[in-house]
Design a protein around this ligand. Structure first.
Ligand code: SAM
Length: 370
C-alpha cells in the first residue's frame, strides 16, 4: 500500500491498519506530522499527570487496578495532590490531569471538588491558573456539573472500544457500553472538552474495530483523544484467559499508526502520546509526537505511590519527573534537567526543535473553533 492509495473511509482505514509495510507506515507518520505542524502548530503541550488513587469500584478485565485484583491500594491526601500540582505550576506545565480509579462515594466527590478550587487558586505568577483535566471514570451528570463548576474544563473518558461486542468481552457483565456513551454525551453537553480513546491491539480486536474507533472519535466530534496500546498485566482475567494479541512490536507500530491516521482524519484536535507507548519503546512518546500527537502527560505522581498505579506490565518502571523540586526555582526545562535515567523526553523533543508550550493550557483548537 502507498500513501496515495489511502482513503479515510472505513475500508481505507482498515486496510491501512492491517498493512504492515514499514515504508508505508513511515510515510504515513511523516505526512501526519506535517499536518500536525500545519494545523495545530509545532508546540507540544504538557499536562502533569497526578494519579490520585488506585482504589476502583470497577472490575475491567484488562486493568491492573481492577476492584478484584490484590494490590496495595493508596489514595493521595489533599495536601499531597496540592503539593504535586504546585510542582506542575512551578515547572510551567500549564495543566494537570487528575486520574484515578473510579469512585462514586460522597467523600471522594467532595474531595475532588475542594481540590479543583484549591488548584485553581495556586499562584502561577504570569501564567493563567493551571488548566485541569479530570479522568475519574463514569459519574452522574450532577457530579460532572459540580466538578465543572469547581474548575475542571477537560475530561478524559475512554470508550475503550467503540464496538459494543468487544466492549462486552473486556468488561464484566455489570459494565454498560451505553452508560459509558451516555457519560461522554453528558460531559459534552455540560461544556467540558470531552476526550475519549480506546486501547489498541487488544485480544479479539480487528483492523475494522480500530477503524471504527477512529470513525467513532470523528462522529463524537472529540476535541481531544488519548488512545494507546493495550499492554497486558500478568494477573488480569484477560491475560490469564490466554486470548492472543499482537506482539509488543506490532502494538507499538499500531499505536503510532492510529495517531497518524487520526491526525489526518481530525487535523485540529489534541492527540496525546500515551504513556503506554513509552512502555513499549524507550522513546515511545517522542515517536508519538513525530507521528502527529501534540500532548504529553509527564507523570508527576509522588514516586512512592506512582509505583502502585500498576495498570499494566512495566508501567511503573517509567520515571518521568522527580516529584520534589526546589519551589524557589522556576524551572522551565524540567525535562532537560530530569534526573531520571529512563526518561528521554526533554532531550528528544528539544533535539528535534519541538517547541514545548510552557505555561499554556494548550486547549484543542477544534474545540475553540466550534
Ligand atoms: N477510572 C478512569 C476511567 O475508567 O476512565 C481512569 C483510570 S483508568 C485506569 C485509565 C485508563 O487506563 C483506561 O481508560 C484504560 O484504557 C487504561 N488501561 C487500563 N488497563 C490497561 C492495559 N492493560 N493496557 C493499556 N491501557 C490500560
Amino acid at each position: 500500500m502507498t500513501l496515495s492509495e489511502l482513503t479515510l473511509d472505513r475500508e481505507g482505514l482498515a486496510a491501512a491498519i492491517a498493512c504492515e509495510d514499514a515504508a508505508f507506515e513511515a510515510a504515513l507518520r511523516e505526512e501526519a506530522y506535517s499536518v500536525k505542524v500545519a494545523t495545530v502548530g509545532p508546540e507540544v503541550y504538557l499536562r502533569g499527570l497526578i494519579e490520585i488513587s488506585n482504589i476502583c469500584v470497577k472490575d475491567c478485565l484488562y486493568c491492573g487496578i481492577r476492584r478484584d485484583i490484590r494490590c496495595q491500594r493508596y489514595e493521595l491526601s489533599e495536601e499531597e495532590v496540592l503539593a504535586t500540582a504546585r510542582i506542575a505550576a512551578h515547572r510551567r506545565f500549564g495543566s494537570v490531569v487528575i486520574q484515578g480509579g473510579e469512585r462514586t462515594d460522597a467523600a471522594f466527590i467532595r474531595k475532588i471538588t475542594r481540590l479543583l478550587k484549591e488548584i485553581k487558586s495556586i499562584d502561577t505568577e504570569d501564567d493563567p491558573p493551571l488548566g485541569i483535566t479530570l479522568s475519574l471514570g463514569e459519574q452522574s451528570r450532577e457530579v460532572y456539573e459540580e466538578w465543572f463548576d469547581a474548575g475542571a474544563h477537560r475530561y478524559l473518558l475512554r470508550i475503550e472500544s467503540s464496538n459494543p461486542d468487544l466492549y462486552r468481552k473486556i468488561h464484566p457483565a455489570d459494565h454498560s457500553y451505553d452508560r459509558r456513551l451516555q457519560a461522554l454525551y453528558d460531559l459534552k453537553e455540560i461544556g467540558y472538552q470531552a476526550g475519549t480513546g480506546a486501547m489498541i491491539g487488544m485480544p479479539f480486536q480487528t483492523a475494522e474495530d480500530m477503524a471504527d474507533d477512529l470513525l467513532f472519535y470523528k462522529e463524537f466530534d472529540a476535541p481531544m483523544v488519548g488512545m494507546g496500546p493495550y499492554n497486558p498485566h500478568p494477573e488480569t482475567p484477560l491475560t490469564l484467559s490466554g486470548a492472543p494479541y499482537p506482539s509488543a512490536e506490532r502494538r507499538f507500530a499500531l499505536g503510532l499508526k492510529m495517531i497518524a491516521l487520526l491526525r489526518l482524519l481530525m487535523p485540529d484536535i489534541n492527540i496525546a502520546a500515551a504513556t503506554a507507548l513509552e512502555v513499549l519503546d524507550p522513546r515511545g512518546r517522542e515517536k508519538g509526537i513525530l507521528a502527529g500527537a501534540n500532548v504529553i502527560m509527564p507523570n508527576i505522581t509522588p514516586e512512592e505511590q506512582m509505583v502502585k498505579y500498576n495498570l499494566y506490565d512495566r508501567k511503573t518502571l517509567l520515571r518521568d519527573c522527580p516529584s520534589s523540586v526546589d519551589p524557589s526555582k522556576r524551572d522551565t526545562h524540567i525535562c532537560r534537567n530530569c534526573v531520571f535515567p529512563f526518561c528521554s523526553l526533554g532531550d528528544g523533543l528539544s533535539g528535534r526543535k519541538i517547541v514545548i508550550g510552557y505555561g499554556r493550557w494548550g486547549d484543542s483548537k477544534h474545540f475553540r473553533r466550534k
